[in-house]
Design a protein around this ligand. Structure first.
Ligand SMILES: C[S@@+](CC[C@H](N)C(=O)[O-])C[C@H]1O[C@@H](n2cnc3c(N)ncnc32)[C@H](O)[C@@H]1O
Length: 257
């Protein structure tokens, strides 16, 4: 257990607006038919979308509170959806499941929470050993621009803004970098959500994170070292080119021959 129930609920609510990647994951999942292994599933933003689309999902996360949140959301979505979601407490650097999967996913920058090169390699080794014949590993991470990270250190960047259905509050997201260690490619940043009530009073929630910034060439090497190879890559979820200025690195990988 690495979090708490309130943090898991907050994660689910604060990321519910982020849907731009779901069509890509859902298309990949329905094409393979499942079951799909969703690594670092958190509270099930992706797992629930896949289960709603009729695909069986195994949702693996180290945070038991995230998985409890997911199980509750799946139950709320109905018996059919709940029956397709299996929660798996586990460490994505070291897991051993009985099933082999036609599709493994690690979405919304999940691999970046692993900070150490050894952990990256261990995670990809586990991915490789859980792929069925012809199976694929799809994931996304950010495409970093280190110059921008350094230039924007401490600057507050405005983010998404929406009205939370449950509370009627306006939620205003912002973020800023707090540090960058060039030796390890670790960036520290803060995410702030201001919860603004109808009467104008505001309650801030600030969370601090450390993430690894992956260079594209680094990923190619890591994948190859783990027995995987890139089949396709994109700079976004609508098939944008992976080039300077792209927001994301999105990879579709297969087993290296
Ligand atoms: C960026 S969030 C995942 C977001 C989710 N994949 C999505 O698309 O909404 C990262 C998740 O990884 C989990 N996590 C962190 N370290 C982990 C580990 N070693 N093994 C498994 N899960 C881990 C965290 O609990 C968190 O839920």
């Amino acid at each position: 257990m690495i979090g708490d129930a309130a943090a898991a609920r907050a994660f689910a609510a604060e990321h519910a607006h982020y849907t731009e990647d779901l069509a890509m994951w859902t298309a990949a999942a329905t094409a393979c038919g499942g079951p799909v292994l969703d690594l670092g599933s958190a509270s099930g933003r992706v797992a629930l979308a896949l289960a709603r689309a009729g695909v069986e999902v195994w949702a693996l996360d180290a945070d038991a509170f995230m998985l409890t949140e997911l199980a509750q959301a799946a139950a709320d979505a109905g018996a059919d959806v709940a029956a397709r979601v299996r929660t798996v407490p586990g460490d994505m650097r070291d897991f051993s499941l009985t099933t082999r999967f036609p599709l493994v996913l690690a979405t919304m920058n999940t691999l970046q929470v692993l900070l150490d090169p050894h952990d990256h390699a261990e995670c990809l080794r586990c991915v490789r050993s859980h792929l069925a014949d012809g199976g694929e590993f799809w994931f996304d991470v950010t495409l970093p621009d280190i110059g921008d990270v350094v230039d924007q250190m401490g600057l507050v960047r405005a983010g998404h803004e929406h009205v939370d259905e449950a509370t009627g509050e306006r939620w205003i997201h912002s973020s800023w970098y707090e540090g960058y260690d060039a030796a390890t490619q670790t960036a520290s940043y803060a995410l702030r959500v201001d919860h603004v009530a109808g009467d104008g009073t505001s309650r801030p929630a600030v969370r601090h994170h450390d993430v690894h910034l992956f260079a594209p060439a680094e990923l190619t090497h890591l994948l190859a070292r783990s027995g995987l190879r890139v089949l396709q890559s994109w700079g976004g979820f609508a098939g944008e080119a992976l080039e300077d200025g792209a927001a994301h690195q999105v990879y579709r990988c297969g087993v290296a021959s």
